[in-house]
Design a protein around this ligand. Structure first.
Ligand SMILES: Cc1cc2nc3c(=O)[nH]c(=O)nc-3n(C[C@H](O)[C@H](O)[C@H](O)COP(=O)(O)O)c2cc1C
Length: 179
């Protein structure tokens, strides 16, 4: 049984939900996951206390949460020496075109270059459009962006694009790396 830190950055909650799902799969595989918000790590957090780490963050205006970038950069040496995985959540990943997929992948690669971390596994997951939770300006900005990518523009409801089977596969493969 491996002790695994599942650390996430989230702004509207979708990456938190994905991290929770990953922690559930790891627990079902017999491991001991700790689900941790990257902006509120427990006092005395030490990466050495874990046998593996999964980090996730979402993209807002072309960047992942700064506190996650900072965490990965500060712990890159330790992360590079242990089983570790990174996943990126974005709307771009939800658009079905090759160009959008490349953009989403490019954002993930930028994160890895910036942090000097070379994880054993990476993934890009489509996120969600939570119009009901955005303020007026954000709602209209997101509607414009969604239109540009051919996604849903009815702001009277929310949309979730995450492929949960892909999340489960990613978590199961990572569980295998811990054995
Ligand atoms: C203000 C705002 C800016 C965003 N900017 C981007 C972006 O630049 N690229 C992108 O692919 N997705 C962008 N998104 C979409 C988010 O990545 C997506 O909604 C994701 O599910 C958010 O995850 P979270 O709920 O964990 O924060 C943006 C969303 C919001 C609300």
């Amino acid at each position: 049984m491996a002790r695994v830190a599942v650390i996430y950055g989230t702004t509207e909650g979708q990456t938190a939900a994905i991290a929770e799902r990953i922690a559930g799969v790891l627990a079902d595989a017999g491991h001991d996951p700790a689900l941790l918000h990257g902006a509120h790590l427990p006092p005395g957090f030490e990466i050495e206390a874990y046998d593996g780490v999964v980090v996730g963050a979402s993209v807002h205006v072309g960047r992942h949460q700064r506190y996650v970038t900072r965490f990965a950069r500060e712990h890159a040496a330790a992360l590079n020496g242990m089983p570790a995985a990174f996943f990126s959540v974005s709307l771009t990943a939800a658009a079905g075109t090759d160009e959008a997929r490349e953009t989403a992948r490019g954002l993930l690669e930028e994160f890895l270059t910036e942090t000097e971390w070379e994880p054993d596994a990476t993934a890009v997951f489509p996120g969600a459009l939570r119009y009901s939770e955005y303020g007026l300006l954000t709602r209209y900005a997101m509607r414009r962006i969604a239109k540009q990518y051919g996604e849903d523009t009815d702001t009277s409801r929310d949309y979730e694009y995450t492929d949960w089977d892909a999340v489960d596969r990613f978590a199961t493969e990572f569980a295998g790396l811990l054995e």
